[in-house]
Design a binder for this molecule. Structure first.
Ligand code: AHR
Length: 522
């Protein structure tokens, strides 16, 4: 509202041309941390085995066992950070099973008691991370593990080769320590990670965090298990009990270091086509009612992030602790003819959910400084699907591609004065968007038209930019549930967009129905 007012006041007479929407390029805001474009990989279904790892002997082209086609696709979208090994699996994972020459299979009790071959362990994950040019975000096991095990893993990864843990790592093929910039302490500790109460988790977190040190790189940022969806009490309790060294100390003599004990609090929120689990929610072959209810649910992210941030502000007004949305994405019914393991088809609807969600993260850039879409390959809202030697990129991947221009750019105030798109008693804004300016001074505007049947003309008054060249790309498709198949992998793919033009100081954009548009203004 404040931004709109500022825009209106500055516009004066010029405002007559615009529809009330405004972009203020004069006032760059906070940095959109590239880590909000992070991804999540779990040992689940074909996410790791086949999706990433095929082994060095595979006829599928690979580098030290890691698929070349997947690596190339991920490099193109500049994946900044990858969370691994879970998910629920993280609290079931004992890292020693996945290092050294003798790998013994274990049981993945989080996911259908599948046999976990342990051929993809710490060294293979770090190799993958280096091949795609990302940073690792490793989740230590609090649920079924110990402080000693977690401490040992951090030392194994980061200590110099002159120490016992570093020497063991060197014997296993890597003498240089790895930097581990992010560590997660437990996963969904209120659920699969131990069914703890928030007080219990906060106390255990306090103990674990003290031993999680990185001996390489600039240091590790520690991320505590945060709430499920709208569990505001969890956020309040963990922030109250786990943020400070001596949260209850009143003595002026006792020393309390000013730095918080945690650097991030996670949030998990999945987009189902309704507000509850259960029901019939196919990934494709859905109707407009399912489309709008999915959009409505995706937009709930704004309310959740806003309310959790407000609670965090009580204990951390300086916003030192990031809100890390380290699991988000769509979650539909099992595909009847799919390979299982939370594999689901990815349609144009998922692309819109991705755009809407990234727009929300940008709007909360001061607090949301990392996010990890669930998941990277072959699981839930995947970027990539594989079928033996074949690979395709999904509509969601294309949104991450269009939006990569916003990584580490500074957010610009963007106010959209748009009608509501309504269907069957539900309504959502017809268009959501975001804008930023990058280090080279280029302005990028990304817009999503949530209305699946009607195009929308947006007239955006632009402050602080002279009309110049405008370049664009658009992602849309013939149907709400169009998807990329192995036989037709480019059904949903971005194309050049020619629907934007300057009229005086206003930019008019003709957004096709059910589309995501990326514009660059110079
Ligand atoms: O992403 C799938 C699962 O969803 C994760 O393992 C868990 O953390 C969440 O419930």
């Amino acid at each position: 509202m404040k931004a709109l007012l500022a825009c209106l006041l500055s516009l004066g007479a010029a405002f007559a041309q615009a529809d009330g929407s405004c972009l203020d390029a004069r006032s760059p805001g906070p940095v959109i941390h590239k880590e909000v474009y992070g991804q999540f990989v779990e040992h689940l279904g074909r996410g790791v085995y086949e999706g990433i790892w095929v082994g060095p002997q595979s006829p599928i082209p690979n580098t030290r066992g890691i698929r070349n086609d997947v690596v190339a696709a991920l490099r193109r979208i500049k994946v900044p950070v990858v969370r691994w090994p879970g998910g629920c699996f993280a609290d079931d994972y004992h890292w020693r099973h996945g290092v050294g020459p003798q790998r013994q299979p274990s049981i993945n009790s989080s996911w259908s008691n599948a046999i976990e071959p342990n051929t993809f362990g710490t060294h293979e994950f770090m190799d993958f991370i280096e091949q795609i040019g990302a940073q690792p975000y490793v989740g230590v096991n609090m649920g079924s593990g110990s402080v000693e095990e977690a401490q040992g893993w951090m030392q194994y990864m980061t200590a110099p080769a002159t120490t016992a843990p570093g020497a063991e790592r060197a014997r296993n093929g890597r003498s240089e320590p790895w930097a581990v910039p992010f560590v997660g302490v437990g996963n969904e500790s209120w659920g699969c990670g131990g069914h703890m109460y928030a007080e219990e988790y906060a106390n255990r977190y306090r103990q674990f965090q003290g031993y999680l040190k990185s001996y390489a790189g600039p240091g590790v940022r520690k991320i505590a298990t945060g709430p499920d969806t709208d569990d505001y009490e969890w956020t309040d309790t963990v922030m109250r009990l786990a943020t400070r060294f001596r949260p209850n100390a009143t003595s002026p003599i006792l020393y309390s270091p000013p730095k918080p004990l945690l650097d991030g609090l996670s949030l998990h929120f999945y987009t189902l086509p309704s507000n509850r689990w259960g029901g019939v929610h196919p990934a494709r072959g859905f109707d407009e009612a399912a489309w709008i209810s999915t959009m409505k649910r995706a937009l709930l992210m704004d309310e959740l992030v806003g309310k959790h941030s407000a609670i965090m502000d009580k204990y951390d007004p300086a916003k030192e602790v990031a809100l890390v949305v380290d699991e988000w994405g769509t979650w539909y019914d099992k595909e009847p003819d799919g390979p299982g393991g939370l594999w689901q088809q990815n349609t144009l609807r998922d692309a819109l959910v991705a755009a809407v969600t990234l727009n929300v993260f940008h709007a909360h850039a001061e607090r949301v400084r990392m996010a990890n879409v669930a998941q990277m390959v072959n699981v839930l809202q995947a970027m990539i699907l594989t079928d033996g030697p074949r690979m395709l990129v999904t509509p969601t991947y294309h949104v991450f591609d269009l939006y990569q221009v916003h990584q580490d750019a500074r957010r610009l105030p963007l106010t959209l004065d748009v009608p509501r798109y309504r269907h069957g008693g539900l309504d959502v804004p017809a268009v959501t968007g975001t804008a930023s300016v990058d280090a080279a001074g280029r302005t990028h505007v990304s817009l999503a038209n949530l209305d699946p049947t009607r195009p929308h003309r947006l007239t955006l008054e632009v402050l602080g930019l002279k009309p110049g060249a405008v370049k664009g790309r658009v992602l849309t498709a013939p149907a709400m549930d169009s998807f990329n198949s192995f036989d037709a992998p480019d059904t949903v793919a971005p194309r050049d967009f020619h629907g934007a033009r300057w009229t005086g100081s206003a930019l008019t954009v003709d957004l096709p129905a059910r589309s995501v548009v990326g514009l660059e203004l110079r």
